[in-house]
Design a protein around this ligand. Structure first.
Ligand code: GLP
Length: 241
């Protein structure tokens, strides 16, 4: 695991965007695994800026997002489908047929998960997986658990996650209680993994996840076993290490 110290959120975002750019330049038809949340927004902004300058071409890139709320229509501005279009896809020359996100509108959880596993397999796996990390160490929506989930699964969101995500909704009652998420097994089978993490509030979990024991109670800790992980963390997030 490579840990790169960034000065602040902007520096972290630029460094992460550089790594994604290199991937797209080296393999124009690569599969990018993408994430939502506030952590990667700056990375997407930077990529859009470089695309607008003519430095990047996403026309052949394929994407597979980590997760989606179950039961939230795509048109809802808090769905991850909406988030990705709003923060990234609508601003670059990506082919919308090449974008993949678990189908939160599919009520049959078994079907939604099996479908998504098949889609990721058909893509041939993920070349570069971008990740944020929740305060409890969740990656995607893989919450602390007794086991590491292998494939796409339907999860009950923990109270702390619902609490953390309520800022995006009109009230806490509107935060969905379940989500479909790519499994830890699928995340770990990505060829490269890039984690972005910033802020003092993430400092305790950064220490636990990347320097503590490997346990499904801290899902991100499994990343310590992956052969090619880069963590880009700002000074605040590294302040307890
Ligand atoms: C959300 C997402 C995760 C994300 C995490 C952290 O619940 N499902 O993919 O990494 O929370 O979010 P943030 O970057 O806003 O702290």
């Amino acid at each position: 695991m490579r840990i790169i110290a960034a000065k602040d959120y902007n520096d972290m975002s630029r460094k992460a965007a550089n790594i994604i750019s290199a991937q797209v330049i080296l393999k124009p038809d690569c599969v990018l695994g993408l994430a939502t949340g506030s952590s990667p927004i700056g990375t997407y902004k930077q990529l859009i800026e470089w695309y607008k300058k003519g430095d990047l071409d996403f026309s052949q890139v394929k994407t597979a997002n980590l997760d989606e709320y179950r039961g939230l229509p795509k048109s809802n501005d808090q769905s991850y489908d909406y988030f990705m279009k709003d923060n990234f896809f609508n601003h670059i020359n990506i082919n919308f047929d090449n974008l993949h996100i678990p189908d939160g509108e599919e009520p049959d959880a078994e079907k939604a998960c099996a479908d998504y596993d098949r889609i990721v397999a058909e893509l041939g796996g993920v070349d570069l997986q971008l990740l944020g990390m929740g305060h409890n160490g969740h990656i995607g929506f893989n919450e602390p658990s007794d086991v590491f989930a292998k494939g796409t699964n339907c999860v009950d969101l923990q109270e702390s996650t619902i609490e953390a995500n309520k800022r995006f909704f009109a009230s806490i009652d509107e935060v969905p209680r379940q989500a479909y998420t790519m499994g830890i097994g699928t995340i770990m089978s990505a060829k490269k993994i890039l984690v972005v993490v910033s802020g003092k509030d993430k400092a305790p979990i950064v220490k636990k996840a990347f320097f503590g024991p490997i346990t499904p109670r801290v899902p991100a800790s499994i990343l310590q076993l992956h052969p090619d992980v880069t963590v880009i963390a700002d000074a605040d997030a590294l302040s307890e290490c």
